[in-house]
Each structure stands twice: as C-alpha cells, then as structure tokens.
Design a protein around this ligand. Structure first.
Ligand code: NAX
Ligand code: ADP
Ligand code: K
Length: 476
C-alpha cells in the first residue's frame, strides 16, 4: 500500500521538519537523491556517467534549487553540467553558488540540444497551470531523457491535470511523500522514486493498493467451504440487443472466485452456452438467493430494466450498478428510494455516465477527479468507482483508492462489463465495498496487461486472462 498526500499536507509537514534541521540540509538530501537517480539513468542510457552532459532547467523556486544542488553533486562524478536559468534574477542563490563552485556553468536554451540528459527543475509543489511560454519553448527542444525533480513541470501536483505544455519524464524523484500527480498522471512521471525526508504525516488523502494488498484479501476457499459459503453473485445484465455484456460480466464473476454465479436476464441462452457452470433464469425474481448483485451492463433503460434495478435494491444485498443501471438512476432518481440503506452500493461510471448522474446533483467532473468522486459518493451514500486511465474509488466515508493504468489497452468495448463482474464477485465474497472495487480495478489492469501484451485485446481475452492474473497475485 502506498500512501499519498496533497501538496498542502506535504508542505505543512515539511515546515515542521525544516524548523528542526540545519538550513539547506533538507534540500541537499533531496538533491542528492536526484543526482543519484540521474547518474543511474545516464549509465543505463549512455553506458557511463563521467564526461556525460547534463542540462538543468531551473525555475524560480526551490524546485530549481534542488536541480542546482543536484548539478553540484553530479560534478563530483565528473559530469559536465550546464544550468539554463528560466528566471535568472530569482534562481536559488545557494544552489547556483554551489554549482559554480563545483565547476558547473550557466548556459542558454540551445545547450539543451547537446544534452545526454535533462533535469527538470522548472516548478514543483508551487506549480499552477501549464508551463509558461518561455519554459514551454525550452522543453519543446528536449530530445534527451528527462529526470523530473519532485514532479513533471506543467502537470498539476494535486489533480494530475494537464491543460497545456508540460514535461513528460522518464524518471521522477520525489521527496518526503508521494503526491497525487504520481498516480493520477503516472504516464507523465515515468518511474517514480521517493527520497525519505522523515516527514510526519497524518491520514493520507488517498491510497494505492499493491500486489500484496490484493493478495491479502482475494477470496481463497478453505477446507470448510462449499460453493455457497464463498458468496453467490447474481448478474442482472444483457438484453436481446446486448447479450455480450452479460457473457462478459458473468465470465468475469465465474473466473474471479470459486463461489456460485447466477445469471438472470434475456441472455440466459448465450450465457449458458459460454459458461455452463452458471445457473441461469429469465428474471431476477426467479434467480434464487445471492449475496451480491451486478445490475446494468447491456441491460437497457426501459420499464423492465427499471423493475430489475428496483428488485435488486429491495433485495437488501450489496450491489454493483454499472452502465445502463447508472443511466436509470440518473433518469429515475426515485429508484434510490427502493434501496435498503444497509446494503452497500458500488457505482462504476465512466466520465459520461458520471456527468449524467452527478450533474443533476450539482457535482461536476472537473480537473479534480478525486474530489468529484468523493462528492458523489457522499451525496448518494455509495462507493463510486470513476473509470479512466487512473481509476478513482471513493467510499461514502471519504476513504479513497486510486488505481493507475499500466497501459491504455483496457480502453476497449466490453472491458467495463468485465470489471463489473469482478466487483460483484468480490462483494459477494464479503469484501468491504471500497476494497472490492479497488481490488477488482487492480486485477482488471493486470489481466488487461496479460491479455494485451502490447497489442489491442478484445474484452473476452481479458476474461480469459483472469486466472493467470489471479495466480500472479496470489503466488507472486
Ligand atoms: N519545502 C521544503 O522543505 C523542500 C522543498 N523542496 C523543493 O521545493 C519545491 C517547492 O518550491 P517552491 O515552493 O519554491 O516553488 P516551485 O519551485 O515549485 O515554484 C517556483 C515558481 O515557479 C513559478 N511557476 C509556477 N507555475 C509555473 C508554471 N506553470 N510554469 C512556469 N513557472 C511556474 C512560480 O513563479 C513559482 O513561484 C518542491 O517541489 C521541491 O522540489 C525540496 O528541496 C525538499 C525540501
Ligand atoms: N485511457 C485509458 N487507459 C487505461 N484504462 C482505461 C482508459 N480508458 C478507460 N479505461 C478503463 O477501461 C474500462 C472501460 O470501461 P467502460 O467505459 O465501462 O467500457 P464498456 O462500457 O465498453 O465496457 C474501465 O475499466 C476504464 O477504467
Ligand atoms: K519539476
């Protein structure tokens, strides 16, 4: 599990450490970490360190100070270091003096053309908006690998939003704590390394699950288990028009846990043909007992579908409401009245579905995706999984998980149906809804990776990859 704090919290903690450490000590520790990673990347990309050319892009604040000090440390390893000062009058004075003492020089934007590696110290925690034109012009020249100091400049530290020119780093070296940008805009950051500054921080703003966290809670049957004790999941999905959504959601549930899977709906024949182990019926009322429902993928939005969702809510068990289920809640908010308040609900909107359900409630999906998911979760008293390249899962009590993508091949038709089946299976197994959604998103990304291996993948191949992904989770 990695804990993540917004910049306000990190700054406050830094102030406390600054107050009890020697002036400049913290910055030199941070800069030493940058120099070490820069040397490692130089060695990896060019086969050596001494004699290589590094250009520092130096902004007006302490982020630039870190870069200048890192340059001074790199000089000790005989690296040629040139600083390009974007705000010469406001460059960090001690850092600049240290670089000069160490034999570094101040250069011009053209020096970037001859760099073996560029260190981005343009802006850090104080970043606001995209790169300003002068910084953007220098960054546009960069062809060499980039090490970003704290975060890639031009990307919003707290939301990961990019709305103009910004740096894309190969490596980011951050200090004290992970910030939201490192997971909400992971592709901009490259490999992220954390340098410890001994900060003391309270509860994180969000968390990121790792393999061990998922392994710890993934349902594994024990000696006393049978098909019922592991949780029965019911899938209310698919229609005559969209039988495929049912086949995918059911397939994910079947592959995710060894509990029983039931299916209720118009695609019973298609489901049975593909998944003979599933007990199928035509309607939710005839389905028999389940511990959790998945309602919505490919279901349609007519009167019959409304009745399905009402039945699911009235049944008093946990549910994952996806796709058409979300649209129904947006167009017929009175459906919420059927919900047993003790039964957890997980909503899994993509951006357009999010807008559909949240805007009438006064919540807009802006740059801050975490804040939007938290607001909707609190408003409707449900766990909200907001899909995208970084999936945000917010519980009604304010806890948040973020699950970054490893590639973008999951953005394919039917992939969301697979996710809903996974969530349903984990809810039926009794996982806390936040963890059910978070672990499902985590496994979905791994299965997507295994299925795609660098090429487009159909959603049905993601379903087929689930057992391998689970094996990798459970057995390392
Ligand atoms: N506070 C501390 O104890 C430590 C801070 N450290 C470094 O200090 C950084 C924060 O430094 P500062 O608060 O001085 O501020 P920054 O260095 O993040 O920003 C400096 C200035 O950049 C300009 N700027 C803002 N947005 C910009 C944009 N979009 N394009 C171009 N320029 C822009 C502004 O004039 C801003 O004041 C951290 O990110 C980290 O690198 C580290 O040295 C570790 C210790
Ligand atoms: N750019 C992206 N990079 C990585 N994953 C993505 C991206 N866009 C979407 N996804 C993921 O792909 C899945 C798509 O779900 P969804 O939009 O519901 O598809 P469908 O309705 O076709 O099943 C979600 O899990 C989402 O998080
Ligand atoms: K930076």
């Amino acid at each position: 599990m990695r804990d993540v704090w917004t910049t306000g919290h990190v700054r406050a903690a830094e102030e406390r450490v600054l107050a009890r450490t020697a002036p400049g000590a913290l910055m030199r520790r941070a800069a030493y970490g940058v120099a070490a990673r820069t040397a490692a990347l130089l060695a990896e990309r060019t086969g050596g360190v001494a004699g290589r050319r590094v250009v520092l892009l130096v902004g007006a604040g302490n982020n630039g100070g870190d870069a200048l000090w890192a340059g001074a440390f790199l000089r000790k390893r005989s690296v040629g270091v040139t600083a390009v000062l974007l705000a010469p009058d406001r460059a960090h004075a001690e850092g600049l003096a240290a670089l000069r003492r160490a034999g570094g020089r101040v250069g011009a934007p053209e020096d970037v053309d001859f760099a073996d590696l560029v260190v981005d110290g343009i802006v850090g925690l104080s970043a606001r908006g995209p790169l300003r034109p002068d910084a953007a012009a220098v960054v546009a020249r960069v062809r060499a690998p980039v090490v970003s100091v704290d975060l890639p400049s031009g990307v919003d530290p707290d939301t990961g939003a990019v709305d103009g020119p910004a740096v894309t780093a190969d490596v980011t070296v951050t200090f004290g704590a992970y910030k939201p940008v490192h997971f909400l805009a992971g592709a901009r950051c490259g490999d992220v390394h954390l340098v410890d500054l001994g900060l003391e921080l309270a509860d994180p703003d969000f968390r990121v699950l790792d393999r061990a966290d998922v392994a710890r809670v993934w349902p594994v049957p024990g000696a006393e288990d049978d098909k019922y004790t592991q949780g029965v999941v019911g899938i209310a999905a698919g229609s005559e028009t969209y039988p495929g959504a049912a086949v995918l959601a059911v397939g994910a549930a079947v592959q995710a846990t060894s509990g029983l899977t039931r299916y209720a709906g118009a695609a019973a024949e298609e489901v049975r043909r593909r998944w003979p182990e599933v007990i199928t019926t035509g309607s939710v009322g005839d389905a028999g007992r389940v511990q959790a429902w998945v309602a919505g993928p490919g279901l349609g939005t007519g009167k019959a579908s409304r009745d399905v969702l009402r039945y699911v809510f009235e049944s008093g068990v946990a549910s994952c409401v996806d796709a058409d289920g979300i649209t129904l809640l947006a167009t017929h908010p009175d459906l919420w009245d059927a919900r047993d308040p003790d039964a957890p609900v997980v909503l899994t909107p993509h951006a357009r579905e999010f807008a559909r359900i949240a805007e009438p409630l006064g919540i807009t999906l802006g740059a801050d995706r975490v804040a939007a998911a938290v607001a909707l979760a609190a408003k409707v008293d449900a766990t909200v999984l907001l899909k995208g390249h970084a999936t945000v899962v917010a519980a009604p009590d304010g806890r948040v998980l973020v699950n970054p993508a490893r590639s973008h091949w999951l953005a394919t038709a039917g992939s969301g149906d697979v996710l809903s089946g996974l969530i349903g299976a984990l809810l039926a197994a009794g996982l806390d809804p936040l963890l059910a959604a978070g672990c499902a998103a985590w496994l979905h990304v791994r299965a997507g990776d295994l299925a795609a291996r660098g090429a487009p993948t159909p959603a049905s191949a993601i379903v087929s990859a689930l057992p391998s992904a689970i094996r990798a989770v459970l057995h390392g």
